[in-house]
Design a protein around this ligand. Sequence first.
Ligand code: OAD
Length: 243
Amino acid sequence: MNHDLINDFKNAKTVAIITGAGISAESGIPTFRGDQGLWKNFRAEDLATPDAFRRNPEMVWEWYDWRRGKCAAAEPNAAHVVLAEMENYFDDFLIITQNVDGLHRRAGSKNIIEIHGSIWKARCTQCGNVFASEVTPLAEIPLKCQDCGGLARPDIVWFGESYDMGLLDRAFSFLSQSDLVLIIGTSGMVNMPLYLARHALDGNAVLVEINPEETSMSSMMHYTLRDSAALIMPELWQKIRNI
Ligand code: OAD
């Protein structure tokens, strides 16, 4: 492993992590793209859009509850665990994740921004109430609001929907202060990680990518580590701590 990379980690005080589906792949949660990806077997426009939910809330909830079952059965892997430990090592540390699976939190991480929402939260389409919904399989589909009884939807950013600007502002301002940004397991096919990484680069951060495959962001990186996150992260962590 490159010596300068380890030094860059050791010298960094403010560290941001951007994660995508690849970090949870070894926990057994399918990614979205690629041969085994969710979007190979399901059409996003039938399941992950406001229109799909208007047409058929039962089907959308069935699909999300199936995915919730997969997330509940999964355990955080070595990459999630290392990130939780890293949080105590650096002065400032933030995980910006596109994942909705909750595995960062279950691994013990505290500073997390879930920019695509959470599969463990629901939002009422009538009163806007956001509430935790952590039991799977659901007793009743579609899920109803705990307050007003209105139709609830997964609290997830669907295709064609806007990001939560408050969350994005926090992410961008942290990235502009970051010394080092580690980008793990995201294809960059949804453009947000690209914008986040570019913003960090403008602020002079060192960029590191962990992904077995080249991505649309690879050319921006100072370092690219081409292997699985669960393999690389413990090795990297040992070297940073001189073990
Ligand atoms: P993708 O499925 O697009 O990309 C997963 C990436 O992880 C790919 O670049 C893989 O090469 C990489 N990968 C696979 N196994 C890995 C491993 N063991 N270690 C490290 N990397 C690995 O997933 P995302 O980029 O997260 O949005 O997709 C972004 C968004 O598109 C998702 O959040 C989702 C989807 O539509 C919503 O559902 C709102």
